[in-house]
Design a protein around this ligand. Structure first.
Ligand code: SF4
Length: 128
């Protein structure tokens, strides 16, 4: 394995440490972080980057046309586009509650898609 260098900005707190990683046959060297969490973050970013996916999906009969959603766990970065393709075909019906599971195990990631707000059903006025 070739020796590779990669600079990573830690996003775990507002300090945003610039972390330098050096990957060699013998292992990974990490420097520049101000705490232990940064080292774990940099190694994970290098070997297995994950993200919480946030998006909106279509909702029928809601007071708004789109429902904001997110995954309840971080998912592998490589799976994000597959998840987004699934979301583009998804439509739910109002009402929904904040934290409600909208889709279980999205794209076999082990993460569920949840609603991030309440969405009431639009009230139709009766015409007399
Ligand atoms: S390494 Fe630690 S101090 Fe630096 S940004 Fe990450 S969490 Fe914050």
């Amino acid at each position: 394995m070739k020796k590779t260098h990669k600079s990573i900005t830690c996003i775990l707190c507002p300090l945003g440490c610039k972390i330098m990683t050096i990957r060699k046959k013998t292992g990974i060297r990490v420097s520049g972080q101000k705490c232990a969490k940064g080292k774990d973050y940099a190694i994970q970013e290098l070997l297995n980057p994950t993200r919480v996916l946030t998006a909106t999906i279509k909702i029928k009969e809601g007071v708004l046309p789109l429902l904001p959603v997110r995954t309840n766990l971080p998912i592998l970065k490589d799976k994000i586009f597959e998840c987004i393709r699934n979301l583009s075909r998804l439509e739910v019906k109002a009402p929904t509650k904040m934290g409600e599971t909208i889709l279980k195990n999205i794209a076999d990631t082990g993460s569920d898609l949840i609603s991030t707000r309440d969405m009431e059903r639009v009230q139709c006025k009766q015409i007399m």
